[in-house]
Design a protein around this ligand. Structure first.
Ligand SMILES: [Mn+2]
Length: 487
């Protein structure tokens, strides 16, 4: 033990590198910026001498030798990096037997030794071939998306006139912020030769969305035939084809499509530029990548909008979110206006939403965990999901189905906490044939058009006449038996 004492004049070592071939040497060089408190063990005397000449701490030793650890104090972190598979395994086993607390990063020589090293207790096993392959693929993907951004930039650079940026109907923050970002890129690329207009149809109903548009002072215009005529170019964001969830006549030539929804390829017919990435959590993430790669200045409003767009489309970064989405969030964070973001997220409730909520609470019927509520005639359909979200919090309620009638049809919104049912499927099965229905396992919606009856003055009366058989379909599928006093 006297030897060991002699060997440690400069106190504790932070890192130990066992086996110092080319990978080991690269590791100590990498660590050097942080610390020189590294002890290297290698069996090659010449190499050890070289390291000593370079002022590294190094000793000659065979990492296979179990007595090696008798004389060396093992630090918290050990790299086992020789090019011999058995030696690496023996070293990991010896370290873990004596110093179970040490964190061991080991180099595997093939996929098989990877699992052997893991079984021996290595915290981290690196198979260099795989690391290089991953890095290569990552780099090429990165390059690929950068090229896409550059292509868009060059395209916009060459255009003059008016570019109409069309969102889907009832645009949400993802669509709206993506449109803002595309407008910013167009401005930067064309040096303002290209004007932009953000066009939409439907409503911006959800109060958070209205707050979003108002607070960020976003100029959006209703998409009319006249508007379309004035646009020399058309782009679609968060939507991919004319006539599908937007009011652009089918067959209208579209120049640019940027979207993250999975679409059947033959539907997309943009003439100049298509970027559809179903892997992404939000279209706003794609636009953020463009801004970042193109080095287009991102003003506070655009950054705040995009950040909110990604947040909303991924349900607070919980649904379909990818590491890339989070990277873009990190990029936007310091550029965004936090105070504004807070204001958007806690808007005051509109009178209409309050009315709908009141009605939904008052007229609720609860049967074996299912809550049904008729809110009658509604002008703003976005009040319905808010009411459903709210009522789901009531005690004894696992699933809430709120319905009302608008100018063109019956709207049903469902929310559930019950993991046994898949609402999207249930609604599609119940109402798919008579309307538009579907969604996610715990949130879904259906719209049943009432073309024939749309002339009827008294919508509430109409709803009460037709709703029973409609709800029956839902009840049958979820297995709710008719009980007294229902409806
Ligand atoms: Mn979206």
């Amino acid at each position: 033990m006297a030897d060991a004492d002699l060997q440690e004049p400069q106190g504790e070592v932070e890192y130990m590198v066992l086996g110092c071939g080319s990978i080991g040497y690269n590791v100590i060089e990498e660590l050097e910026s942080e610390t020189r408190s590294i002890l290297v063990v290698d069996k090659d005397e010449k190499r050890v001498k070289d390291l000593l000449d370079q002022n590294y701490d190094a000793v000659t030793g065979d990492i296979r030798d179990p007595t090696l650890l008798d004389t060396l104090r093992v630090p918290k972190v050990v790299f086992v990096l020789s090019s011999e598979k058995d030696a690496n395994l023996a070293a990991v086993q010896a370290i873990k037997a004596r110093y179970p607390e040490a964190e061991v990063i080991a180099r595997a020589m093939d996929p098989l030794s990877q699992s052997a090293l893991e079984a021996a207790g290595a915290e981290n096993v690196i198979y260099p071939q795989e690391v290089v392959a991953k890095a290569a693929v990552h780099q090429i993907r990165r390059l690929h998306v950068t090229r896409i951004a550059q292509r868009l930039f060059r395209l916009l650079e060459s255009w003059e006139g008016v570019l109409g940026i069309v969102t889907h109907n009832n645009p949400d923050p993802d669509a709206i912020s993506s449109a803002m970002a595309l407008a910013a890129i167009a401005r930067a690329a064309s040096d303002r030769r290209l004007q932009t207009r953000i066009l939409y149809d439907g409503n911006i109903g959800h109060q958070e969305n209205r707050a979003f548009v108002n607070l960020l002072d976003i100029r959006m215009e209703k998409c009319t035939a006249q508007q379309l005529k004035e646009c020399r170019y058309l782009a679609m964001v968060d939507a991919s084809a004319p006539g599908i969830n937007n009011t652009i006549p089918r067959g209208t030539p579209i120049n640019i499509v940027i979207d993250h929804h999975r679409t059947e390829e033959q539907v997309v017919t943009a003439t100049d530029f298509v970027d559809i990435r179903p892997g992404m959590g939000a279209t706003a993430s794609i636009l953020t990548q463009y801004l970042q790669d193109l080095d287009v200045p991102v003003d506070k409003k655009v950054a705040t909008g995009l950040l909110y767009g990604i947040r909303a489309d991924t349900r607070d970064f919980r649904r379909n979110v990818t590491p890339q989405d989070l990277n873009y969030v990190a990029f936007l964070m310091p550029l965004a206006d936090n105070e504004l973001l807070d204001k958007i997220m806690s808007p005051s409730i509109s009178k209409e939403t309050l009315d709908v909520l009141g009605k939904a609470i008052q007229d609720r019927v609860i049967r074996s965990g299912y809550l049904f509520s008729n809110v009658g005639y509604i002008r703003n359909r976005d009040a319905l999901p808010q009411a459903a979200d709210y009522l789901l919090n009531l005690e004894g309620v696992n699933t809430a189905l709120i319905y009302g009638i608008g100018d063109t049809g019956i709207i049903l919104i469902a929310r559930s906490r019950d993991v046994r049912i898949n609402l999207g499927n249930v609604l599609a099965e119940a109402f798919g044939e008579i309307g538009d229905a579907g969604g996610h396992p715990n949130m879904a919606a259906a719209v049943i058009p009432l073309t024939v009856f749309s002339m009827v003055e008294d919508k509430e009366k109409l709803l009460s006449l037709v709703i029973d058989p409609i709800l029956k379909r839902f009840e049958n599928i979820v297995g709710l038996e008719k009980k007294e006093g229902a409806q």
